[in-house]
Design a protein around this ligand. Structure first.
Ligand code: IMP
Length: 197
């Protein structure tokens, strides 16, 4: 069985990527499963740069086909912030709940619809092959209060008007069909199938 390494220690991302790649007939490995303790500094200023940094670092260390995800949340009323810096929006050591609270406070005076989008870039590293990247976007709005207990990160405040629900209120299988990450992985699938056949 061919193997692929997920270049992420984020439990939410890992869970979704496992489901999204589950039917490819691959052994899906996490850094922890390999005892790979690697912290990659996300020094890029774009999702592509950071996804490539992570895919190359984990790929070079493991020698395995490696998939990295870099993602973020772009809020129009904040000129696209926090964007690529979404994970660091409330400073080092902050929790997802602190980041959500900071974003709701920043938008307190902004009326609906507070349009926003999640964006994900997936980078695929394979030894001896050119690195490839794939993007997915999911449009929505920032809610006025948290709703739902599913998902992770900003999901409880990311509202999907056409569903009448936040991302955290959707079953994970439905989130995966419409999310930025689901779309980026869908775009990457033909490449992964070619690499791993
Ligand atoms: P990074 O890709 O490790 O730089 O982190 C992405 C940031 O965006 C983190 O704060 C995540 O919690 C957030 N994020 C990425 N994807 C999602 C998602 O699907 N739902 C909620 N938050 C997300």
């Amino acid at each position: 069985m061919k193997s692929i390494l997920l270049a992420s220690n984020n439990a939410g991302k890992q869970r979704e990527l496992l489901a999204l790649l589950g039917d490819l007939g691959l052994e899906i490995l996490t850094p922890a499963a390999l005892g790979l303790d690697l912290e990659v500094a996300e020094t890029g200023t774009t999702y592509v740069e950071n996804a490539v940094l992570k895919a190359e670092a984990f790929g070079a260390h493991s020698g395995l086909v490696t998939l990295a995800d870099d993602s973020g949340l772009e809020v129009d009323a904040l000129d696209g912030a926090p964007g690529v810096y979404a994970a660091r929006y409330a400073g080092p050591g902050a929790t997802d709940a602190m980041r959500r609270a900071k974003l709701l406070a920043a938008l307190a005076q902004v009326p609906a619809p507070r349009t926003a989008r999640f964006r994900a870039v997936v980078a695929v590293y394979a030894p001896g092959c050119p690195l490839e990247t794939f993007e997915g976007v999911c449009e929505g709005e920032i809610a006025f209060a948290e709703r739902g207990a599913g998902g992770f990160g900003y999901d409880p405040i990311f509202y999907l008007p056409e569903r009448g629900a936040t991302m955290a209120e959707l079953p994970e299988s439905l989130k995966n069909t419409l999310s930025h990450r689901g779309r980026a992985v869908a775009a990457a699938r033909p490449h992964l199938a070619r690499l791993l056949r």
